[in-house]
Design a protein around this ligand. Structure first.
Ligand code: ADP
Length: 405
């Protein structure tokens, strides 16, 4: 059997291509970086060999094929590349936004998988063409090297129908696939496994509420290793207050805006790009650090943004705690969840009602993975750094090891 070791992870977005090359033996990051502003005159490449300082320079990358070519040339560059030739890459794992109902787990890419991916483009019109484009670019450059699609939605496919369906007539689900899918699945999955490891248990023994709090944020109620519910929906717009996204609204807000004369694209832009902390905070920033600082200085709009953020989060944690009939742990991850002790501290009072007692010193001073609840807290509060790229690499490794002889 062929020994699988080097895995390249690709996250191909609409105007960027992020990459990480791993040696799976020891889970070592050999190189990572991105090409950004693809298609524009100001395209730029950031490259980091292992833990060396980052290199950054402008590049000519009119499209994703050209961006990938630049990345691969850098990986094999004589003298300071990290591999001798591209044939050393054993498999490529791709982050794919949407698996719809067709993919309940990661899939080895072949013609039939590509065809199925094409039928899912309407569920992620901004991301899916770029995700599929990334796979095709790798097929061109790497030839026979296996590609694996790892879906943001897959981990949430275990949701029961009463959690995943909207209360609309069934024909809208059947005709258009309108239902809750959930996102950040790779992160919720990684954190579920890492929490079990941290607590010395199996995922099948634990009920946890995972809170991925970044610029985009979502929560999941994970019961014995399977998702029971999650806060994002048909798209990543639903749920909690995010950096620039509004999260849940009365759907009639959209109708009102339409009747006020706004187009679908204008409303899309408003709700996805101009709302959330950015829209409410009044400081032209979607960054939690700025919100926290301005709220501490007493700026009313920043206080309102932080209070709304906390209120909605407590609402979801409480709901998921109840759906799980009690939880063993509440877990924080993502840029805010891992780094902002001030944001986590805003939850402390209300979480105590669930028997989850945050230790203020541990919350302030520790960095993850760590416990931030007191020793006698009935429910553990943990900070567990996520690593979506490593999770994609691991899933790719597993699938390729199983299927390629
Ligand atoms: P994305 O969804 O883009 O991956 P991230 O997970 O990187 O987002 O999270 C970005 C958020 O994390 C920002 O709101 C930022 O304020 C917050 N953040 C990142 N680092 C810190 C830090 N050291 N302290 C407080 N907040 C931080």
């Amino acid at each position: 059997m062929k020994q699988i070791d080097k895995i390249l992870v690709i996250n191909s977005g609409s105007s960027s291509l992020k990459f990480t090359l791993y040696a799976m033996d020891g889970e070592e990051k050999l190189a990572s970086g991105l090409v950004e502003r693809i298609g524009s005159k100001s395209a730029n490449m950031v490259y980091r060999r292992g833990n060396d300082p980052k290199e950054e320079h402008s590049v000519d990358a009119p499209n994703h094929d050209a961006a990938l070519k630049l990345v691969t040339e850098r990986l094999v560059a004589p003298g300071n590349g990290v591999i001798g030739s591209l044939s050393e890459v054993d498999a490529i794992g791709h982050r794919v936004l949407h698996g719809g109902e067709l993919f309940k787990e990661a899939a080895l890419v072949n013609d039939s998988v590509l065809q199925k991916l094409n039928t899912l483009v309407h569920l992620g019109p901004l991301h899916m063409p770029a995700n599929i484009g990334g796979i095709k670019a790798c097929e061109k450059i790497f030839g026979e090297t296996p590609n694996v699609a790892v879906f943001d939605t897959a981990f949430h496919q275990s949701m029961p129908d009463y959690a995943s369906h909207y209360a609309l007539p069934d024909e809208y689900y059947r005709k258009y696939g309108i239902r809750k899918y959930g996102f950040h699945g790779t992160s919720h999955h990684f954190v579920t496994l890492a929490t079990a490891e941290f607590l010395g248990k199996k995922p099948e023994e634990l009920k946890i509420v995972t809170c991925h709090l970044g610029n985009g944020s979502s929560l999941a109620a994970v019961k014995y290793g399977k998702v029971l519910d999650t806060s994002m929906g048909l798209t990543p717009l639903a749920g909690v207050v995010m950096g620039t996204r509004c999260g849940n609204l009365d759907p009639a807000v959209v109708l009102t805006l339409i009747r006020e004369g706004m187009s679908a694209d204008e409303i899309d832009n408003l709700l996805n790009k101009k709302s959330g902390l950015l829209g409410v905070g009044g400081i032209n920033s979607n960054d939690m650090r700025d919100i926290v600082k301005n709220a501490a200085e007493g700026l009313p709009s920043a206080c309102l943004a932080l209070n709304m953020w906390t209120h909605r989060l407590v609402f979801y944690i409480g709901a998921y705690f109840t759906l799980l009939s009690g939880a063993d742990a509440i877990v924080f991850t993502g840029g805010i969840g891992e780094n902002s002790w001030q944001a986590r501290a805003t939850l402390a009072d209300q979480l105590s009602a669930l028997g989850c007692i945050i230790d203020p010193e541990a919350n302030k001073n520790l960095r993850g993975p760590c416990r931030i609840s007191t020793a006698d807290s009935k429910v553990a509060a943990l900070v567990i750094p996520t690593d979506e790229e490593l999770m994609i690499a691991k899933e790719t490794f597993d699938i390729v090891s199983k299927t390629i002889k």
